[in-house]
Ligand binder design. Structure first.
Ligand code: PXL
Length: 280
């Protein structure tokens, strides 16, 4: 696949900020984001929103970082280092979501600012363990998603956000319209969890055109961190100046490749892996 240009020795790389939760098992969240960013040649800045207690079997708890501290991490990074794009993942609570939305507006991250924002509306782990208080869905819908350059829910998150159960292409398009009505510039409905087809097909919508993106379905139980990897690679491509459809297409190819390289870890689900890149 065609990858992003790498920095030369001593050259400051493109920077991307992830605002998300950590995964002690190293599979998803900030660990997946930073791994993909590094292996795409991007410098990862991180604003930690929550610390999960997690292994390959599940999430047994999480600790939220104070909302002000989350926002301050964003503020100091943007003010000094400067970023080409930002990405949100697990934000846990209404207070954190509102603080992140506010600081993004303040520093020019999001659809009306100069810095593109990928909002991955993380609600639960693949094991079904909650990563977001149910009461925080409204804050996601009404404060953060309206700022998104692109919002990237999986099918469970689509149902929580819009009430629509996606079962086929028609319901995926209806769901993309409902997501777009929340105010993001683009919405994607990821078909990866629709296990019925030989292809994983995503629907991308900007209010005018539906774009369909297909990749061969990789059948593996080791897909922990797949959504994070897609959103992180999208943010990296946007930081390199890609338009949204090209950035998503790039990220989908990257994620498919990382699914092929996914490995067993512990007794549960292993992570998708960008480590194949080191062999190039
Ligand atoms: O893959 C979604 C996700 C995001 N962030 C954190 C997670 C998970 C899934 O488990 O733990 C911290």
């Amino acid at each position: 696949m065609k990858l992003l240009p790498l920095p030369t020795d001593g050259q400051t790389p493109v920077r991307v900020l992830t605002i998300a939760g950590t995964d002690s098992g190293g599979g998803a969240g900030i660990q997946a984001d930073s791994r993909t960013m590094a292996l795409l040649g991007v410098h990862a800045c991180v604003a930690v929103a929550a610390v999960t207690v997690q292994n390959s079997v599940g999430v047994s708890g999480f600790h939220e970082i104070p909302a002000q501290t989350v926002a301050d991490q964003v503020r100091v990074v943007v003010g000094d280092i400067g970023i080409g794009a930002a990405k949100t993942g697990m934000l846990a609570s209404t207070a954190i979501i509102e603080a992140v939305a506010q600081v993004c507006g303040e520093v020019g991250i999001g659809r009306d600012g100069a810095v593109p924002l990928v909002v991955d509306p993380v609600a639960a782990s693949m094991h079904g363990d909650p990563l977001l208080h149910a009461s925080a869905l409204d804050a996601l819908r009404h404060t953060l998603i309206p700022l998104a350059t692109v919002v990237t829910p999986n099918l469970d998150e689509v149902r929580l956000l819009t009430g629509i159960e996606v079962t086929d292409d028609r319901t995926a398009r209806t769901a993309a319209e409902a997501l777009l009505a929340l105010g993001p510039r683009w919405a994607i409905v990821k078909g990866g969890h629709l296990r019925s087809s030989e292809f994983s097909t995503d629907i991308l919508y900007d209010g005018e055109h539906f774009h369909e993106l297909s990749a061969p379905r990789i059948r593996t139980g080791n897909d922990h961190g797949g959504g994070d990897t897609l959103a992180a690679a999208t943010a990296c491509a946007l930081a390199h100046g890609y338009q949204v459809p090209e950035a998503i297409a790039f990220a989908k190819e990257w994620t498919t490749r990382c699914l092929r390289a996914a490995y067993d870890l512990g007794a549960g689900h292993g992570p998708v892996s960008p480590l194949w890149r080191l062999r190039d």
